[in-house]
Design a protein around this ligand. Sequence first.
Ligand code: DGY
Length: 395
Amino acid sequence: MVYDLIGRKRENIVLNSENWKTYNAAGRKRIVVTKPLPGDLWLNRLIDADCKVEVYTATDVLGVDALRAAIGTRCDAVLGQLTESWNDALFAALKSAGGKAFSNVAVGYDNVDVEAATRYGIAVGNTPGVLTETTAQMAVALTFAAARRIGEAERFLRAGKFKGWMMTLLLGELLWRKTVGVIGAGRIGSAYARMMVEGHKTNLIYYSPHPHPDLEADIAAYADFLVSRRQKPVSCKRADTIEDVLREADCVSLHAALNESTYHLINAERLALMKENALLVNTSRGPLIDEAALVEHLRKHPNFRAGLDVFEDEPDLKPGLSELDNVVIVPHIASATRWTREGMATLAAGNAIGVLSGCPAWNKPDISPFLAEDPPLASPSIINAEALGLTLFDK
Ligand code: DGY
């Protein structure tokens, strides 16, 4: 059925095959969008920029051959998904179709061979700044769901096993004035740390290749505030090693990007360093954890708990994981709030429009102007802007 996401230019909507919908067929630039995106701002902006927008509407993940076919012989830009492998072959295809931009509708871009894109002169965009609090909140939600056995308790109740209040029923862990460990203290990791420290008066130990003076200063100021209120202060420490975090923390949340050095960052040896009743939370990327080793560890240590939004072989789970009661699992929804997902779509469209219009690349951390009316004449976030020699918005 033909439908109009934005309620205008209906006459230009063409249903060209079962799984593709075309908006603004008269547009002069051809944009391929590999999955439906929420909201309509992204689409309005592409249409206003004279783009013909072709959206793949089915839920299956397009493989390399299907993506190559979608690019065809003429394509100016693609808005793609983190579930797709954007490799050398696809960038070669995009280049020969006249493409100039690939916009990953995600902040993480481990699915993109940025080096290959750069070689073909293709700008690669991502969507930072709109997922920070949303994803950190999911990490907090998983932390407490695991600590307080929410999944297990809900299954218990739904199964009709609740026979009345009982002192010993489903005892969990109290995360108050405990120590939280964060591995990777970028935007999301820092937001999670602040939520845990300021909301639950935990201490923080973090591991990050670079120090985060703003985070440390904020926590020091909060500690001073607590002292001024005659309360025990909180502390913040940057660990020398990941091992130090694992040994010391009561709860460890992973916020590192996936690359060769972070693949299986949590393995059997490192799990063995963690406290027997610790919590492990992952909202970053599944392969950060050796999931088979985690299953084994959870089996052997019933008081150890995990909260996972992402999985090593997504969408599949390693055998045994879903049968364990001491793990809470959700299907990669950490950024799934309407505001965030619409923001991601808008930034992704903005990246394509900015590159195709020859605009400079935005180089400030605050991307909020792109969500407002009259966005800046810039591409909000181009990962390889410098490597491509693109003009920067604010030099
Ligand atoms: C991202 O943007 O990288 C997230 O994983 C989506 O939730």
